[in-house]
Design a protein around this ligand. Structure first.
Ligand SMILES: [Zn+2]
Length: 244
């Protein structure tokens, strides 16, 4: 049976260890990029054969590997070290961490200082966990006002949202349940980033992939998302272009 290229609009290629989502569409050139959600994506002109697409991906294997490595290093900050005097970042501002023992866990941001209260006799591990808990609480409070704000602005809504510490994605959305997950590490970034990630995930309640419809809707409901993504330091989202 003759293989029909026209019928095949989307296909995932496994290039060594990297899955790449290839979409055939009316573009002039083959494009390859690492999406902000960590997925490698390529768009190729409608007439591109599978063999040509495979060759293009194989030729760019090293670029894909280094883009993934760079985005991991730069894009996703680690959670800060819970050590007295260490620099910590909340909502884009840097603070000096001060740790004191008290009755419960608390975090106060004041005049360049982040004052963390931990339970008496806490081990280093428990201090780390306390900083994480306090960070989660901060983001929870911010998202409690920002999430409904972005929902109102975009006219889109989720069924619920929650926070999780994730290593590769700033957010995710279950298209079926419309449940949105926000990365705990957003607590370190300016609030415009939180808004843009919320807007991005809310668009997924309507469009599951990152195709043209997705970006058309995102551009309409949240035009400033690109600037916010730059602040998220995902500089490796630049496409590689190649003329056929
Ligand atoms: Zn996405």
């Amino acid at each position: 049976m003759r293989h029909s290229i026209q019928a095949e609009r989307r296909r995932v290629f496994q290039v060594e260890e990297i899955p790449v989502e290839v979409v055939w569409k009316s573009v002039r050139n083959m494009n390859l990029r690492l999406s902000t959600d960590g997925i490698m994506r390529a768009s190729v002109p409608c007439r591109t054969t599978i063999a040509i697409a495979e060759r293009f991906l194989a030729k760019n294997l090293l670029w894909m590997r280094s883009a993934i490595a760079r985005s991991k290093k730069r894009g996703m900050p680690d959670m800060p070290e819970a050590v007295e005097g260490a620099p910590v970042r909340f909502f884009g501002c840097e603070y000096k961490l001060h740790i004191a023992e008290g009755r419960g866990i608390g975090l106060i941001l004041f005049d360049g200082s982040a004052m963390l209260t931990v339970r008496r006799g806490s081990t280093a591990e428990a201090v780390s966990a306390s900083l994480k808990d306090a960070s989660r609480q901060l983001l929870q409070e911010a998202a409690a006002t920002h999430f409904p704000y972005v929902e109102t602005q975009t006219g889109l809504s989720a069924s619920s949202w929650h926070i999780r510490d994730m290593k590769t994605r700033w957010g995710s959305c279950n298209v079926r349940t419309k449940r949105v997950c926000l990365n705990l590490r957003l607590v370190q970034k300016p609030l415009v980033c939180l808004d843009a990630v919320i807007a991005h995930e809310l668009v997924h309640t309507k469009v599951s992939n990152h195709g043209r419809d997705f970006y058309a809707l995102l551009n309409t409901v949240w035009p400033s998302w690109r600037e916010a993504m730059e602040l998220l330091e995902l500089k490796d989202d630049r496409p590689v272009r190649e003329f056929q």
